[in-house]
Ligand binder design. Structure first.
Ligand SMILES: NC(=O)c1ccc[n+]([C@@H]2O[C@H](COP(=O)([O-])OP(=O)(O)OC[C@H]3O[C@@H](n4cnc5c(N)ncnc54)[C@H](OP(=O)(O)O)[C@@H]3O)[C@@H](O)[C@H]2O)c1
Length: 330
């Protein structure tokens, strides 16, 4: 096996910052009992945040970002994985404080790895990636809260983004009526192709005013946007509704009141992909290969790039202009 390989590395020392593809050695990979030949990774909002100067989420330099990876095991000291096994590794410290998926090889602790489920290819697993996993966990949380298709429509915010696009296609497959909210006028047809029955503007969700209680509109929401948008949504959920909240592209402060909770019995459901327990993680990946796997939508969402094209992909994402899911062929 070659002891050198290519990886996209990010480094910062004082004001000196660099990001690009360079040659690495297997010996310099971090500790872990499983060595993986990475075939695909993906681009998430967190990857873009990890790859810019003065990143607030990287804990030490240099680092290979890439919070998602999928490939084949080439060496294993774990009883759970053997050479040749096809595996997925996402979340935990991957791509933030432990070298991640933007390299031809990754050494990962076995307790962070899941086996590729039957019915899913390595490529498909990265079209899903953390965004798809998070969307699926959001849908799972809404189901656990008792939200059924007959209860009313589900609002998906940040609809053209990774989490949003995935959530639309999964909810539509399960028979929910999906209302997609987007800031991109040009993407309404794309969102309808994914399964949205109605597409509305961001301003239709939040027009700058948040009432304690507003007209009841949606039975639930998958919300990766957060901020004031979320406060506005909470006041518009139907009686007994629920919000599955995963992100912060619209801000971190949620200026809500208690009224939707105490007068309409709504629920706020947190969604965390990073430290999600392994039993639930496996269950969600298996659902992604079966009942939550969109029929034709994965191809519509997918955009493939190489390691060299990562900086452009990060810029597009940070400008809020990304559409669907970008995978990285390694
Ligand atoms: N909790 C978790 O475990 C977890 C896991 C994955 C991601 N996340 C978080 O979820 C969020 C979305 O991730 P992603 O991968 O889907 O990102 P993404 O692909 O960049 O999509 C974000 C989308 O949000 C919308 N948006 C951007 N700026 C906005 C603003 N100022 N106000 C309202 N909407 C805005 C845009 O969609 P439109 O133009 O269509 O409105 C954009 O495409 C991020 O905050 C990410 O950190 C959390």
């Amino acid at each position: 096996m070659s002891t050198t390989f290519q990886a996209f590395r990010v480094n910062q020392s004082g004001e000196d910052f660099s990001a690009g593809v360079s040659e690495q050695t297997l010996e310099n990979l971090p500790e872990g009992d499983v060595l993986i030949r990475v075939r695909y990774s993906s681009v998430n909002f967190k990857d873009a945040m990890a790859s810019v100067k003065n990143s607030k989420i990287v804990e030490g330099y240099p680092v290979t970002p890439g919070i998602d990876l999928a490939g084949e095991v080439v060496e294993s000291d774990s009883e759970h994985f053997r050479e040749g096994d096809k595996v997925i590794a996402t979340s935990y410290e991957i791509g933030v404080s432990h070298d991640g998926g933007y390299g031809e090889y990754a050494r990962i602790p076995s307790q962070w790895i899941v086996e590729l489920p039957d019915g899913m290819t390595l490529e498909e697993s990265m079209v899903f990636g953390t965004a798809g996993f998070t969307a699926a966990l959001s849908v799972h949380r809404l189901e656990e809260a008792g939200i059924r298709p007959e209860d009313g429509s589900i609002l998906v915010t940040g609809a053209t983004g990774g989490v949003g696009s995935m959530a639309i296609s999964m909810l539509a497959k399960l028979g929910y009526k999906v209302v997609a909210s987007t800031g991109k006028d040009s993407e309404h047809d794309y969102l309808k192709e994914l399964g949205a029955q109605e597409v509305i503007t961001r301003e239709d969700v939040y027009d700058g005013k948040i009432k304690p209680l507003d007209k009841q509109r949606w039975a639930g929401t998958v919300d990766p946007v957060g901020g004031e948008n979320l406060a506005a949504i909470l006041s518009k959920l139907k009686y007994g509704g629920a919000a599955a909240v995963s992100g912060l592209t619209g801000g971190t402060d949620v200026p809500a009141t208690v009224f939707p909770f105490i007068l309409r019995g709504i629920s706020l459901l947190g969604v965390d992909s990073v430290n999600c327990p392994m039993t639930i993680r496996r269950q969600i990946w298996n659902r992604l290969a079966s009942d939550l796997k969109p029929k034709n939508a994965l191809d519509k969402m997918k955009h493939e790039i190489t390691l060299d094209e990562l900086p452009d992909a990060f810029n597009t994402l940070l400008e809020g202009q990304a559409r669907g899911r970008t995978i990285v062929k390694i």
